[in-house]
Design a protein around this ligand. Sequence first.
Ligand SMILES: C[S@@+](CC[C@H](N)C(=O)[O-])C[C@H]1O[C@@H](n2cnc3c(N)ncnc32)[C@H](O)[C@@H]1O
Length: 272
Amino acid sequence: MDGVQDAGGLSAIRVDVGEETSRQANRRDWDRYADEYQSTHGAFLGDAGFVWGPEGHTEDDTRLLGDVTGKRVLELGCGAGQCSRWVNEHGGHAVGLDVSLRQLQHSLRIDAERGTTVPAVCATATALPFAADSFDIVFSSFGALQFVADAHAAVAEVARLLVPGGRFAFSVTHPTRWMFPDDPGEGGLVASQSYWDRTPYVEIDDASGAVSYVEHHRTIGDWVGLLAGSGMALVRFDEPEWPEHHDRTWGGWSRTRGLLTPGTAIFVAEMR
Ligand SMILES: C[S@@+](CC[C@H](N)C(=O)[O-])C[C@H]1O[C@@H](n2cnc3c(N)ncnc32)[C@H](O)[C@@H]1O
């Protein structure tokens, strides 16, 4: 992610892009990529599994959501709804929301195969189509939060939907990872840019010149400030350690890097 690089017909650059461009590009990208994503990672995620990140830490281990029994739960960037299905199988009432229709079609496919139902809503995390105070828990596992330009709007929407005392838990790429090239090997161990550079990572389609994918970086302090500014108190911050026998590479996440630097950050906050 340092400077321009070849990403297979794509050029990766750092440039400012806004919410509308991010949403449209990422929706198209996830629609294109959904089939490959589910065939590559579906078995690791589990049809009704709840994995917080490439390190494989699960909600069964961590219980970051607390007891979900009888709780109204919203998942942002749910993909094929694996985590929401886990919530429903543990007594909660989860709704999955995603900007990608193709990802949600995979959720419906898994439901049809298992005889389950995860209500699926196609919408963006920055404009949530629900009434105020309608959820006890909102969560996201690597979904939505690092793909939106307007994180302030996304967090404010979560705050609007949560009841007092409601919980918001989300995982994102660990902010320190943004200093390093997105390389699972030794090349990904040498810092090459500033932690404080928030300029988005953008992939441009070489043929058309169109923005085809965007990720947005926030520092740990940025996230804490966003949560506090929306009336939430941080109650837990997890940096999952790379498990001793885990040897699965997922994009830039690998054993080589995971033994040395955190790859995932999980924030847990509660409405005051
Ligand atoms: C890395 S995947 C994670 C999906 C799922 N949580 C999982 O663990 O497999 C990111 C998801 O976020 C969704 N997403 C991206 N931008 C979004 C937005 N603005 N609003 C809602 N979902 C979004 C993508 O479509 C994709 O399904």
